[in-house]
Design a protein around this ligand. Sequence first.
Ligand code: ATP
Ligand code: MG
Length: 411
Amino acid sequence: MLQSALFTKALRDDPKDALSANARLLERAGFVHKNSAGVYSYLPLGLRVLKKISAIVREEMDGIGGQELLLPALLDRKYLDATGRFAVDVGYDVRGKKDDAVQYVLGWTHEEVLTDIATRFVSSYRDLPFSAYQIQTKFRNEPRAKSGVLRGREFIMKDLYSFHASQEDFDRFYLLAKEAYLRVFRRCGLDALYVAAGGGAFTASVTHEFQVVSPVGEDEIFVCSKCSHAENSEISKLVDGSACPACGGAVVKKTAIEVGNIFPLGTKYSEALDLRFADENGERKHVVMGSYGIGISRLMGAVTEVHHAEQGLAWPLSIAPFRVHLLDFTREGTRAKAAYDALSSAGIEVLWDDRDVSPGEKFASADLMGLPFRAVVSEKTGDMVELAKRGERAGKLMSVSDAAGELNHGI
Ligand code: ATP
Ligand code: MG
């Protein structure tokens, strides 16, 4: 893409009241726009990142048999009434202008809706197990929406729900989901810890979270420095320096960002919505369920918090909006055009800074946007390009086709 065609521009100054790196850098670099507290627009660059994260999540969810669907965002209150969750205070009530009473809630979670749909299709043990997921906007009236895209009042979540005939079958799937989650975070460039956590009012007593250590995180966890065993302070009896219950190593207190979680739900929702199946002996039993969330937009924020420098973003290759930033310092632009065409036809996503601005400004915008590679075409490079990894001052001079090879292999 030509940078001159991008309708968003990097802002010269940090946005006001942006306390966290993600709020500051994503907005300055033109990836997001804050509309109001906790409500963000994802601009073309930001949307490219979200799509890449979503593609990784889809691959991993499809890989464990998840079937993608799309549930309504406007939830009739009857669903939440069925479990007593209409009263939960994160909900936004919706009332039409002409209506007297609240008929809907903006979807903040979807266990009830999907459980109700499942009652149509599940009658026998042969219909189980299955799992289904969606990537959708959720709405929550968060009181402290102040850490950029980490905590939105409107945010994008992947939520998967699984349905099983027995606890054993659920346990099997829970481990599959855990492994798939760890792969998602690793592929997005994050080291996420698997952390035992509390269940909250509507779930089982032990659930698991995926936490990324970061000073801006809102969670406190205790992590063993030897074996990585970790517990959320909400449920943990550990203190800083305790012996790890798993291996005896020293436990350290850290702050972290919750990027995902997995919940055993037992039969809580299948009982409330009467989702039953006939087992091999014809006995009618409640379906055993689980729910599994990943904050897609929060993940983008978490990657920003973990990977950035003072002067800008630093995208992992897997989710960068473009792979290489082509900086053109020549007057005529024909060699840059040739490099752009050659790299693009080799399947590489190139952002070509063809703007009529100074080299200093081009370098600054490349540092701010944080693409994994920079390719410079200047009077000095001749027919070659100077390819550098983000953060490297000097690059390597090479032919455009060698650069294409290096970029395709990610070096
Ligand atoms: P938190 O404790 O951070 O409020 P939660 O326990 O409410 O999270 P879930 O309801 O299980 O989280 O949501 C699944 C995932 O969605 C979370 O692990 C997190 O990554 C993401 N998420 C939850 N709330 C928000 C929010 N307000 N903004 C952005 N992402 C969110
Ligand atoms: Mg919450």
